[in-house]
Ligand binder design. Structure first.
Ligand SMILES: [Zn+2]
Ligand SMILES: [Zn+2]
Length: 628
């Protein structure tokens, strides 16, 4: 046996233990607490496909978990929920393909997703889980339609629409990419049909102007703004955005709550009759006509106004309608009287930090902002912007830069990865490969580096932390304070790769330190590690004798004066020109400074092939490159 005998870290049993402990203790459950400031963070929810969580999105989900844990430790009352965007074409098409009901299929997928999310250590408040296919949820999607209808913002007209001949359904602009259907790749056609629309053009001006209130990165905000599009021509303002086509002639969605009566015309279903339940026993093979049309017990009804016989609308609402308001359901997910209570929405308000992909900037976010403004205007919400802060995250792709896909055979098996490595290592490797909003080229070999780090920190814990207090060298104490500051800043800027490399350096220092490690110093490190690797941090915390979870502890405070002591600025030059300024410890060696230069990927790209490097201690580092 090797020297690590007895100190091997058994991730599998540790992780499964904490998954069930956290569920039992309910540490992630959010409750209204007027004394504490709230922090509501949210990831765009997934469509639960049969394949399980796509590994490309793992970085995104785990990334928001870091924010949630850090904010909780920093004294915020954190709302961090998750749910399922179950309805829509992908689920319906898949169900047709395998000849099963979409509800059955998606229910199974949800179970699988939930298991995988738990395995990644994502600290969601599962008491707030919602699902667009649940009648208690889509009741309020239908209610939203009625709000639009009653305020003249939902209308039906004959219109030329985009049609997918293969899926036999209408598509919205953003569901078409370069003239083909984004779902099936078929070339789309134009067709004239009687269609339902939301009058988003009435709000185009506000959607455009209010972008100035949003705390989004300018380049992403521009993408969003340009999609709404404004043209100030011959004194007349026009917008690029068109009215939102919301009806689909398919099955798997909420029925549009409208009744047609020969004497009264188009009549909205009374609110107290919601939800209009989607029949489950129905042949939904696409024919081009709405499948609900074939169900006579659904179609034939009585007119709510005159009591005469009438017919129901047979089109359903598109999935983008279901997800345009979901962030308001999490604060009060079981309310059957309102979509959200006044009390809950006044406390939790809008989402403080929302995260998704770049694609969401051009459809989902425009619709969600529109719906919020309508609900605000009608007095249902105390604010008119849902997502003051939005950060798009880069996907994980393979080493050649290709998106992971089942079709290409390059997609890693998420379950297998979990089984072989555990959640902590997958999280760490995903964060470590690149800055957060960059597309990250990832391969299983990236696990090796973080595994080494994990094993080293476990070794320090087992060999050098005996639970007693020790006087540590001044330099190590200073480094600990700096670590807290650096990790804090890295989380705020979502530069998790920097945070992890700082932690790696710190663990090396302790491993090289002769003698024991002070208990409180190690506790500080454990707290700083906790948002990134929640399982091993919890395990160490518990083994150190703590009864309460590390995830409800207070984030450590650093001593500013100590952090700045012995630090000087050093100029990084390329061919004599200053390109960066680094904060380094006095008397840092050339190698130590080069290691810091590497953290700035942009600079490092230019200097990694340098022909010469001139170093003057405490003053400059100058790289000489041949391409002068
Ligand atoms: Zn299609
Ligand atoms: Zn009538």
């Amino acid at each position: 046996m090797n020297e690590e005998k007895g100190i091997t870290y058994d991730f599998a049993s540790v992780e499964s233990k904490w998954i069930s402990e956290w569920e039992k203790s309910g540490i992630y459950k959010a409750k209204i607490d007027p004394i504490k400031p709230k922090f509501y963070c949210l990831d765009t929810w997934p469509y639960p496909s049969a394949e399980g969580v796509h590994f490309g999105y793992v970085k995104s989900f785990c990334g928001m978990d870091v924010v949630a844990r850090y904010k909780r430790m920093s004294g915020f009352n954190v709302l961090y929920p998750m749910g399922w965007d179950t309805l829509g074409l992908p689920a319906e098409n898949y169900a047709i393909k395998i000849k099963r009901h979409p509800k059955e299929v998606t229910d199974e997928s949800i179970k699988n997703f939930k298991k995988q999310f738990n395995a990644f250590g994502l600290g969601y408040d599962w008491d707030r889980e919602i699902n667009t296919a649940d009648p208690s949820y889509y009741k309020w999607t239908q209610w939203l339609f009625l709000v639009m209808f009653k305020n003249g913002l939902a209308y039906r007209k004959k219109a030329v629409v985009n049609w997918c001949p293969k899926d036999k359904t209408v598509l919205a602009e953003e569901q078409i990419i370069d003239g083909v259907c984004e779902r099936c790749g078929e070339k789309t056609e134009q067709k004239e049909l009687l269609q339902w629309f939301f009058k988003i053009t009435d709000y185009a001006d506000r959607l455009y102007e209010d972008c100035s209130q949003l705390n989004w990165d300018e380049k992403y905000l521009n993408l969003h703004r340009n999609w709404i599009g404004k043209d100030v021509k011959e004194g007349k303002t026009t917008f690029h955005i068109r009215d939102w086509s919301i009806a689909r002639q398919r099955y798997w969605g909420p029925p549009i709550p409208i009744i047609y009566c020969e004497s009264c015309g188009t009549v909205p279903v009374p609110e107290e009759q919601l939800p209009v339940v989607l029949p489950t026993d129905i042949d939904f093979t696409p024919t081009g006509e709405s499948p609900l049309m074939k169900d006579e017990s659904f179609v034939n009804t009585t007119c709510p106004t005159c009591g005469g016989s009438a017919k129901r609308e047979v089109d359903i609402l598109d999935t983008l309608v279901s997800s345009a308001w979901y962030e308001f359901r999490f604060p009060d997910p079981r309310n059957s009287e309102r979509f959200v209570s006044k009390e809950a929405i006044e406390y939790w308000r809008n989402v403080d930090h929302y995260q998704g992909t770049i694609e969401h900037l051009t459809a989902h976010l425009v619709y969600a902002r529109f719906v919020t403004k309508v609900l605000f205007d009608q007095g249902y919400l105390p604010f008119d912007e849902p997502f003051p802060k939005y950060t798009p995250v880069g996907m994980l792709v393979d080493k050649s830069g290709t998106k992971f896909s089942k079709r290409l055979g390059n997609a890693p098996d998420t379950n297998e990865l979990i089984q072989n490595n555990g959640g902590d290592l997958l999280r760490l490797s995903g964060y470590f490969v690149s800055p957060f909003d960059d597309i990250s080229r990832w391969g299983v070999e990236d696990i090796v580096g973080v595994e080494k780090f994990r094993n080293r920190l476990w070794r320090v814990f087992k060999e050098k932390v005996d639970g007693d207090r020790y006087d540590m060298p001044e330099e190590i104490v200073r480094q600990t304070h700096r670590l807290v500051r650096d990790v804090e800043q890295s989380i705020e800027k979502m530069r998790y790769n920097v945070a992890i490399s700082k932690m790696m350096v710190f663990v090396s220092t302790l491993l090289n330190h002769e003698g024991e490690v002070d208990k409180e110093l190690w506790e500080t490190f454990t707290k700083v590690l906790a948002p990134f690797a929640p399982f091993i941090a919890e395990e160490m915390w518990s083994q150190m004798g703590h009864q309460k979870s590390v995830h409800v502890e207070h984030w450590p405070k650093y001593d500013r004066a100590l952090v700045e002591q012995g630090i000087i600025s050093i100029a990084v030059q390329i061919n004599g020109k200053v390109r960066d300024v680094l904060e380094v410890e006095t008397r840092s060696t050339k190698d130590e400074v080069i290691a810091l230069v590497k953290e700035n990927a942009k600079i490092w790209k230019q200097v990694s092939e340098a022909t010469d490097c001139i170093f003057v201690e405490d003053k400059i580092i100058n790289f000489v490159t041949s391409s002068r």
